[in-house]
Design a protein around this ligand. Structure first.
Ligand code: HEC
Length: 215
């Protein structure tokens, strides 16, 4: 008798398990996605900087990349890249290559915009590109991450034709304009760094005198 019940229990569990698995998943995270998102939003303090609450709202690119787990069909990827390309703005001077010495500093800065209870950044603290977190650049900096390709000798290898300078500028301003769901942040899109600062970083990558190319 006991065995019969156990078998019955097992069968119902299997059937309801099947029904659950067969349900269509609307968003990443399935049935818990909305609840998880709400918990995440509420975990930010009400009195925190407004800018951060806004940054929690996903735009079309982030939503789409989430749905396709960063690997959208090419047609959809192309649409996202086009939309991101349309956001790119340039310095008023029109000069896309600035001062490599300033760019060198910005590429190494990993502070600015930190929130939290323990050591939040004071407002106005310099925000940088934190490029070394993901890229090798100047030879003398030996602490770097490898999420992105090495950019050592970038200008030496690619040259600094106007097309290449524009490519580097555009890539830093909005990386998703080239790779729809890249891991590289969109530095210019939300004004994290300014167009002039991006031009300085471009010079750090491309100027023949910069340690990226000289050493
Ligand atoms: C969180 C990691 C991350 C950070 C931070 C980051 N990148 Fe990237 N970057 C990547 C990845 C990953 C790629 C390769 C995939 C792609 O092209 O999107 C890439 C690609 C690039 C490329 C294109 C390389 C090529 O061969 O054409 C350039 C140029 C570049 N990054 C410059 C920078 C600069 C300058 C900074 C700092 C302002 C920076 N990146 C910060 C991850 C990052």
């Amino acid at each position: 008798m006991k065995l019969k019940f156990a078998l019955f229990g097992l069968c119902t569990a299997a059937v309801s398990g099947y029904a659950l698995a067969a349900k269509p998943v609307e968003a990443p995270g399935g049935q818990f996605a909305a609840e998880a998102e709400q918990m995440f939003l509420e975990s930010f303090r009400e009195d925190g900087p407004k800018e951060w609450k806004l940054r929690l709202m996903q735009d079309e690119t982030m939503k789409t990349c989430g749905i396709y787990r960063d690997n959208p069909p090419r047609k959809i990827g192309e649409k996202l890249e086009k939309a991101n390309k349309a956001t790119i703005q340039y310095p008023a001077s029109g000069k896309l290559m600035g001062n490599w010495k300033e760019g060198e500093k910005l590429a190494a800065v990993g502070t600015g915009g930190h929130i939290g209870f323990i050591q939040p950044d004071p407002p106005g603290r310099v925000k940088g590109g934190n490029c070394y977190a993901c890229h090798q650049l100047a030879k003398k900096e030996i602490a770097y991450g490898t999420i992105g390709p090495s950019l050592q000798h970038f200008g030496k290898i690619r040259g600094n034709s106007p097309e290449m300078v524009k490519y580097a500028y555009d890539k830093i301003y909005n990386s998703n304009a080239f790779t729809a769901c890249t891991n590289m942040p969109r530095f210019g899109l939300h004004g994290w760094i300014t167009p002039e600062q991006i031009a300085d970083i471009v010079a750090f990558l491309m100027d023949p005198e910069s340690p990226v190319n000289k050493d």
